[in-house]
Design a protein around this ligand. Structure first.
Ligand SMILES: *[C@@H]1O[C@H](CO)[C@@H](O)[C@H](O)[C@H]1NC(C)=O
Ligand SMILES: *[C@@H]1O[C@H](CO)[C@@H](O)[C@H](O)[C@H]1NC(C)=O
Length: 567
């Protein structure tokens, strides 16, 4: 009995929280990996080593690093260029006192008071990272600008919003060097940061969505400065992965952000959770205030807290969130809240007739095995089918479990149920709610293109999950592909990078991911989302199987969390 009970506890978490939760699954950020994504600009002592034939190409690239300047309305931007086809400009776009709304920078400054244009931003404070890698002064971004661009060339800007469950990640995570993506799309790529965790979402005085407002400030800042670099302020497209895509969904639900961007690319958004509602946010907030020992009005107390104390309180809050209110889920309990002032709609199936009319194009993608890191990371050996109802009950509750088990979509008669569990987790948390959003979007006047990666490149966070390394396309395995930063890519990876970058280029300029030489990617309709397969041998229809994402199943016969909890 003791063993079974322990297993239930172990099992409940992954399916319910089938989203990056542990440090292992979050885009790695440590002092040593914080600039891992930016291999092109290292400080290396060139000298005798450069006489070695194998190092000569690298040395000549380093030797050619040069400083560039661009005049903007708020001062001179300093950047560095290394012969890779872009100039990189790091900048502080806003500043904020702790738990206050951020204000946009009025003069051009390097991040964190740096004086060297090569400097990269420190991350925002987050658990499990050395404190030397972060600072509260973290509202920075990195611009990658093709060197061929001249001012007012009118090119688009692609803004990348990193993932990490709203508690981790940065603009300098693995593979996030935007150089190749900028060159391939002939656009400005801006990789931005926003406040994370309690510092971004748990202001003790009850101010909501500070991190979402940071993102809005980043977009406003870009609108002011991109023309100086060759961009068109009216052609800003958002892109992001996981919680980064969730941040985009929050912006789509914020009428005040609407004029700041033209279109959005959302990769692997765990839409199942929905936004928090106000009463849930208030419950979390009051627990957080208690944990910090500061009352809502005691700003002196709040200011005196160390960052470490705030992060400790945040970690405790996250661990308690589900017992405080089950609608938080496990994977990202701290997240944007539908506060009625900034975020005014749920933007999901619960809002029914109140789903607002839409006009912006969306590109919505998933990877084939979103839940791979969760299921196979947690269960490293076979999971017998005698545990099926225990596992599913603990995650979905008995009502949803009985529907799921009786359905033709998940075969729990197999000896090792990790495979059907992985499919179930991917469908429930990511894939099917994304398709439900695509249908709603389409029904209300918007355009949506739905895709699924069946080729990927193992992201460092998945390196210790055999299932992911051995061929599955796991959560985050689309990041290197999109950025073109796969280390030692295979032919299939290179081909998919070329294709997806061409599709992004088309989407940035026309609002559709179609261009001559590419297979047609049809629009989603209210009856079929036409899920386009990205990579792999072409299927006759070019589409991936619908499976349980049939509109009659997930979202109707069996509800998403946001439906079950009515948030
Ligand atoms: C700026 O930083 C780069 C890389 O760390 C280094 O190579 C360069 O010498 C620095 N420049 C100055 C002026 O300090
Ligand atoms: C907020 O969500 C909770 C579920 O956690 C639900 O019980 C409550 O009715 C919701 N409140 C509002 C105002 O929608």
């Amino acid at each position: 009995m003791v063993v079974a009970f322990a297993l239930v506890l172990a099992v409940v978490a992954p399916l319910v929280g089938a989203v990056p939760l542990t440090g292992r699954q979050i885009p790695g950020l440590t002092t040593t990996t914080s600039v891992q994504g930016i291999p092109a600009f290292p400080a290396i002592n060139t000298g005798l080593l450069c006489q070695l034939p194998m190092l000569k190409p690298i040395c000549s690239r380093i030797a050619s690093v040069s400083n560039k300047q661009v005049n903007t309305p708020i001062g001179t931007a300093q950047g560095v260029s290394d012969g890779s086809g872009v100039t990189r400009f790091a900048v502080r776009y806003a500043s904020a006192a702790r738990w206050s709304t951020s204000t946009i920078a009025t003069k051009w400054e390097l991040p964190n008071g740096a004086t060297n244009a090569s400097a990269l931003p420190l991350a925002c404070p987050q658990p499990n990272v050395d404190s030397s890698a972060y600072t509260e002064d973290c509202l920075s971004m990195v611009l990658y600008v093709p060197t061929t661009l001249k001012a007012n060339s009118g090119v688009p800007t692609l803004v990348w919003i990193h993932g990490g469950s709203f508690i981790a990640g940065s603009a300098t995570g693995p593979g996030l060097d935007g150089s190749k993506l900028a060159v391939a799309t002939n656009s400005i790529v801006a990789v931005m940061q926003y406040r994370l965790g309690a510092l971004g979402f748990m202001a003790p005085n009850g101010a909501t969505n500070l991190a979402v407002k940071d993102t809005i400030n980043a977009l406003t800042f870009l609108g002011k400065v991109v023309p100086s670099f060759g961009g068109d302020a009216k052609k800003i497209t958002l892109s992001g992965q996981s919680a980064g895509a969730g941040m985009i969904r929050a912006l789509l639900a914020a009428p005040s952000a609407s004029s700041l961007f033209q279109s959005s690319i959302m990769q692997s958004d765990p839409i199942n959770y929905g936004f928090l509602n106000v009463s849930t946010q208030n419950s979390l907030q009051s627990t957080f205030n208690t944990l910090t020992g500061c009352t809502a009005s005691n700003t002196a107390c709040q200011k005196s807290l160390s960052v470490a104390a705030i992060l400790n309180a945040q970690v405790v809050l996250s661990s308690k969130a589900q017992s405080i209110d089950p609608s938080t889920g496990v994977g990202e309990p701290i997240r944007p809240v539908r506060d009625g002032s900034l975020i005014t709609t749920a933007l999901d199936l619960t809002s029914g007739s109140s789903f607002p009319s839409q006009s912006k194009p969306l590109l919505l993608t998933n990877v084939k095995n979103e839940a791979g890191p969760t299921i196979f990371g947690m269960f490293t050996s076979s999971l017998p089918n005698t545990l099926t109802s225990t596992v599913c009950d603990g995650s979905l509750g008995p009502d949803r479990t009985s529907i799921v088990s009786a359905s033709p979509f998940y075969d729990f008669t197999v000896a090792d149920i990790r495979t059907p569990l992985e499919t179930l987790g991917s469908d429930y948390m990511w894939r099917c709610p994304t398709w439900s959003l695509a249908r709603q979007w389409t029904q209300h006047g918007g355009k949506a293109y739905v895709g699924q990666f069946v080729v990927g490149a193992t992201y460092p966070s998945n390196n210790d999950v055999a299932f992911c390394v051995d061929g599955a396309i796991c959560h985050e395995d689309d990041i290197y592909i999109v950025f073109g930063t796969t280390p030692s890519p295979t032919a299939a990876q290179t081909a998919l990078t070329t294709e997806i970058q061409a599709r992004y280029k088309a989407f940035l300029t026309t609002g559709a991911p179609n261009a001559p030489g590419l297979s047609p990617w049809p629009l989603a309709t209210t009856s079929s989302v036409h899920p386009h397969q990205l990579g792999g041998a072409p299927t006759p229809s070019g589409e991936v199987p619908v499976g349980a994402c049939d509109p009659a199943f997930w979202g109707q016969a069996v509800g998403y969390d946001y439906q079950v909890y009515g948030i």
